[in-house]
Design a protein around this ligand. Structure first.
Ligand SMILES: [Zn+2]
Length: 344
């Protein structure tokens, strides 16, 4: 027999008041712990607990200064400028803030935009924009130097203008392969780097073959004297390692050399390439090159948080830390133009 909501309600009302109260309390606690940490609330808490900094100048001292349209406002003691709990974050400028937490939960369950549109009664464009605002906010979190054996290798994805109404290049049927042989400018190079302590980087680099400068841009700021680079024997990697005086182990794929001395190889990043491609195809049916970096941010976080107990909550918490997120979101177009103009 299936109970309806009415059945349950009329049964509950027969319970003694004390029992009913304690049941209500239990249910409330249950929903609190099972749902995600509220993004809005936790950012305000963080700032109120003096764990934040001024989004304008990064100074650590600020005071509360009333409210601005429902948002907690603060004043920086150094630059004297005001800011709110949303300033600079991906949540700034979003109108339906009451839907943020529900949205986050659906997004992290990897529900489709259509499903989110239906559930939250927001339009699909909004659902799409929020996704990329959120993904822009995790681009720079969890990034430390690469230490020890650090594998780096590029993989290629087909250039795509998915979602664009008028294509500036000739479209291709989904699933069909690029006609040109080898690496062409129809392919987008993504540089994937990972050490064995859990540090990762996935960068959309260029159209066609990668150059030394692409590697420099992707991981140049994250190498240190403890980085031991493993890559193929491509000249770009050799040049990059030389420039930075890194210990470098280049594998000769042409000689079927896949592992050197038992430990030097790029098999972890190659298996990441495969997981990445499968995820993009299975979950999104491919994504546009313009937004590819945001999906790389998502994938990197997924991999980083795989072993944590509550990856969804952890991911949600990270999205409120970055006060450069909004600015980064508005750079998507310019960065895309750079990639397109990079074809060689
Ligand atoms: Zn300031």
């Amino acid at each position: 027999m299936k109970l309806t909501k009415e059945d349950i309600k009329s049964y509950l009302l027969t319970l003694p008041k004390l029992e009913l109260d304690s049941l209500i309390k239990e249910l409330q606690d249950f929903t609190k712990t099972s749902s995600l940490a509220s993004c809005k609330l936790s950012r305000r808490e963080m700032l109120n607990n003096k764990q934040g900094s001024c989004p304008h100048c990064e100074h650590l001292k600020y005071v509360k200064l009333g409210f601005d349209k429902g948002a907690q406002r603060y004043k920086c003691k150094s630059c004297k400028r005001n800011f709110t709990e949303y300033t600079g974050t991906w949540m700034a400028g979003i109108h339906k803030k009451n839907k943020i937490d529900e949205y986050m939960e659906l997004m992290l369950q990897e529900k489709s935009l259509d499903k989110i549109k239906e559930e939250l009664k927001i339009n699909k464009k909004t659902a799409f924009d929020w996704r990329h605002k959120i993904l822009s906010s995790i681009e720079e979190t969890d990034k430390d130097s690469f230490t020890g054996i650090t594998e780096s290798d590029e993989t290629f994805l087909l250039f795509s203008e998915k979602g664009k109404r008028t294509l500036s290049r000739k479209g291709r049927k989904r699933g069909t392969n690029s006609k040109k042989r080898g690496v062409s400018d129809e392919q987008v190079a993504v540089i994937v780097t990972a050490d064995r302590t859990g540090q990762r980087e996935l960068s959309v680099a260029t159209l066609g073959r990668i150059r030394k400068i692409d590697i420099e841009k992707s991981i140049g700021s994250r190498i240190c004297e403890k980085t031991v680079l493993c890559s193929d024997s491509h000249v770009s990697y050799k040049g990059f390692a030389l420039d930075n005086t890194l210990e470098h182990h280049a594998l000769r794929a042409d000689l079927k050399q896949h592992v050197k001395d038992g430990v030097y190889h790029v098999q972890h990043v190659n298996s990441m390439h495969n997981r990445l491609k499968k995820w993009l195809n299975d979950q999104f049916w491919g994504v546009s090159t313009k937004h590819l970096q945001q999906y790389m941010n998502w994938f990197r976080m997924k991999e980083t948080l795989k072993t944590t107990a509550e990856p969804q909550t952890e991911l949600a918490k990270r999205t409120i830390l970055d006060v450069k997120a909004r600015a980064r979101y508005f750079e998507i177009d310019d960065k895309y133009k750079l990639i397109i103009s990079s074809q060689n």
